[in-house]
Design a protein around this ligand. Sequence first.
Ligand SMILES: [Zn+2]
Length: 155
Amino acid sequence: MFRIGYGEDAHALAANRPLLIAGIRIVNSPMGVVAHSDGDVLLHALSDALLSAFALGDIGSYFPPSNPAYKNMDSQAILEHVLKLTDEKLSRLVNVAAVVTLDEVKLSPYRTDMQKKLATLLALPPDSVGITFKTSEGLAAGHIQARVVVLLSMR
Ligand SMILES: [Zn+2]
């Protein structure tokens, strides 16, 4: 028995803000994310993908942006919370496929670090964490987007 999950996320970009993707700081980006939390699009899309596999709603319902307690929240803590919920469903993550769309900086130098980081967070081998980088060809300049598919098998 398998379950599939899908999630996506987007944030606006602005100057003089940090840019975090999969928990990795993109140091050469002139732009960073405008967000209530730390704005990690990949971790947000991944968390929503995991929740969607079991129709558990979305991260906004667990960590509402209107609640000041979640301001500047570490997205790894969001993911940890979601992993606990999918674990309670007796599932095991098989693999992750992620797409990040960003126009401004080349992300490929960061791919290995992101893969390793996600693999550690998810207890998966790095070759079960696929990360694809795209640009929007200027169609979506000024923001960053992530889309994530997950496959889970039932224990
Ligand atoms: Zn987000």
